[in-house]
Design a protein around this ligand. Structure first.
Ligand code: IDP
Ligand code: MG
Length: 145
């Protein structure tokens, strides 16, 4: 018989500086836990250039890259590792699409975010986009895990 149980996986979530500033860290954690995922690590910290350059390497050279890095350094971020079956795609679904103005209602970005007319989409959260990205990002933010 084929084993249809998906393996437990981990993802990296960041509550971005806009989310921390607006007091939405608890709301994001609440939604992760309410969905049934486990929290493995939660840490408030201020990101530096090295971690952000590695984290956003895929976006280097894009027009929003420099403002994105500045925004991500504008205040503390809440770095989170969450765990569960299919948590990578599950959290992306909870987060909603990149542009918060049109992200679906019911999602973190759709319910809580909007366009503020700035150079960078201030869209409250980051979530790893694949298990490979998750492994890379978790080792970057939480080398001890
Ligand atoms: P994602 O966070 O939904 O995976 P990515 O395309 O990986 O979106 O972009 C990383 C981050 O860069 C976004 O979350 C957003 O903050 C910012 N960003 C992406 N595309 C744009 C854009 O076209 N203009 C401004 N900011 C952007
Ligand atoms: Mg992305």
């Amino acid at each position: 018989m084929t084993d249809t149980h998906a393996a437990v996986e981990r993802t990296l979530v960041l509550v971005k500086p806009d989310g921390v500033r607006r007091g939405l860290s608890g709301e994001v954690l609440r939604r992760i836990e309410a969905k049934g995922y486990a929290l493995v690590a939660v840490e408030l910290r201020t990101a530096d250039d090295d971690v952000l350059a590695a984290h956003y390497a895929e976006h280097e050279g894009k027009p929003f890259y420099a403002p994105l890095v500045e925004f991500m350094k504008s205040g503390p971020v809440l770095a989170v590792v969450a765990e569960g079956q299919r948590v990578v795609e599950g959290f992306r679904s909870l987060a909603g699409t990149t542009d918060p103005t049109t992200a679906a209602p019911g999602t973190i970005r759709g319910d809580l975010g909007r366009d503020w007319g700035l150079k960078v989409q201030q869209n409250l959260v980051h979530g790893s986009d694949s298990p490979e990205s998750a492994a890379r990002e978790i080792s970057l933010w939480f080398p001890a895990l």
